[in-house]
Design a protein around this ligand. Sequence first.
Ligand code: KPL
Length: 307
Amino acid sequence: MKIAVVGPGAMGTFFAWSLARAGLNVTLLDRDSTRARYLSEQGVSVATEESEPLPVHVPVETAAQATQQFDAAFFFVKAYDTVHAALEMQRCLSVGATVISLQNGLGNGPALAGVLEHCPVLTGTTGHGVTLAAPGACRHAGAGATVLGPHAEATRSDCNQVAALLSTAGIETRVVDDPELAIWEKVCINAAINPLTALLQVTNGALAEPEVCRDLMARIVEECVAAAGMLGVALDAADRLEATWSACAATAANHSSMLQDIRGGKRTEIEQINGAVVQVARSGGFDAVANRVLAELVLGLSKRPLE
Ligand code: KPL
């Protein structure tokens, strides 16, 4: 099976590295041809708290350069780039290729299904905490659950096949019937952790300290739970807040993806996380004020990063 991992960010690098290390036929797709050449030559590496960077060779190319037809593609581009990446990948996917989104934010499944109409689309989440230290070099700061399920055109057996593939690569994966539930569960975590770590410039673990933003984080999570409820996704606020503290502890040393984006001068996923929560809440006649204020602050920060 020929596997593509689309997007050489922290999570894409970690997944491509894990699949390649397990001996699977994986190619990393990068939009930047100069970086693709560099990564192909250097290999990609993952370091942990306990281990030095371990380089593994992974072919890296742009979608335009790809000559093979992939049977499965994991999308790890930023949520605002999903449609564009799907359009670029169209030409190098085999008929009926399985496409998988474990990206942050809301709307990735519909975006993929809208472009790749005849492909089974699987969506879900991953709780691994990974930081990109340099192109192709990431640091794994904590494991978290990976969960996926059918979004469009997909069967349980498609999901089991992908879960087995990831498990072979050491990424334990659970198959669920309703991935929207898992996505909203993760959105609660990202909505509370990502903007605050970006604004305060702290690690995920720092948010778990008793005096830091506890009431605000509870408020953010409660609003997410209320918005999810408007779409018929039933979540429990106390349970979600507990899961958010656990995520802070499990990825304590990690710099959230939003903090990494702000520090790298890049666009963040704030519109697909807190902004999307605000939109859903608004359509139900409710102002998710904590999420809205954070979204406005992070958008402001992206335009004028901290010194
Ligand atoms: O998903 C994440 C992110 O940084 O985007 C968490 C779970 C917060 C880990 O850093």
